[in-house]
Write a protein that binds this ligand. Structure first.
Ligand SMILES: [Zn+2]
Length: 194
């Protein structure tokens, strides 16, 4: 959902009469299915990718992306939970002031701040954030795929993972690991190697 930024919500006169009131313009830019699959990818950033330092502080469902500009002048982390979005920028107006090492990466300089912020928000009983997962919409399927071929896994695929698909993106079956004898096939029939 795209929401046009706006800053004035309401103007009232001294008696409380509303002179002007504005509500944000909203329009859908992604389908629910695409948004969920994007979120699943961005959860991967937090759960084991460049944004994994979020997890040093915050353990609830979260998705996001790191960013780093040339010569570590800006470190970014932009992310969201099912309830709240936040972005962290670490930098200085004058770009000649910058980090000199990889400590200036978005994942190292900005992601931990984001993780701490979310921890404080969710730990605060006066805010009382609900604890929820990202909701999977209809017509998105969780399938087990083969890590090697990225097709739907057979019982014989050695390494598997769960991935989300729509009717349009769902792959066919893995054609490499079709029987328990796939290793022999890989080495050429009738060949035994040591
Ligand atoms: Zn396979």
């Amino acid at each position: 959902m795209y929401v046009a930024p706006y800053s004035i919500t309401r103007i009232e006169d001294k008696d409380g009469n509303i002179i002007e009131e504005s509500s944000p313009l909203r329009r859908e830019v992604f389908s629910d299915q695409t948004a969920f699959i994007m979120t699943s990818m961005l959860e991967g950033v937090v759960n084991g990718g460049t944004g994994s330092h979020v997890r040093d502080f915050f353990q609830l469902p979260a998705a996001g992306k790191t960013g780093t500009t040339t010569e570590f002048a800006d470190a970014w982390f932009v992310g969201y939970t099912p309830q709240i979005a936040a972005s962290v920028w670490v930098g200085f107006d004058n770009k000649s002031v910058h980090f000199k090492t990889w400590d200036g990466q978005g994942g190292r300089a900005a992601a931990p701040i984001w993780g701490r912020f979310m921890k404080y928000v969710y730990d605060d009983p006066t805010i009382a954030m609900p604890l929820e997962y990202f909701e999977k919409p209809a017509k998105v399927y969780a399938d087990t795929i083969c890590m090697e071929t990225k097709k739907l896994a057979t019982p014989f695929c050695p390494d598997k993972m769960i991935e989300y698909f729509t009717d349009q993106t769902r792959p066919g079956n893995c054609e490499k690991h079709t029987t328990s004898k796939w290793r022999e096939g890989e080495q050429g029939a009738g060949t035994i190697s040591f």
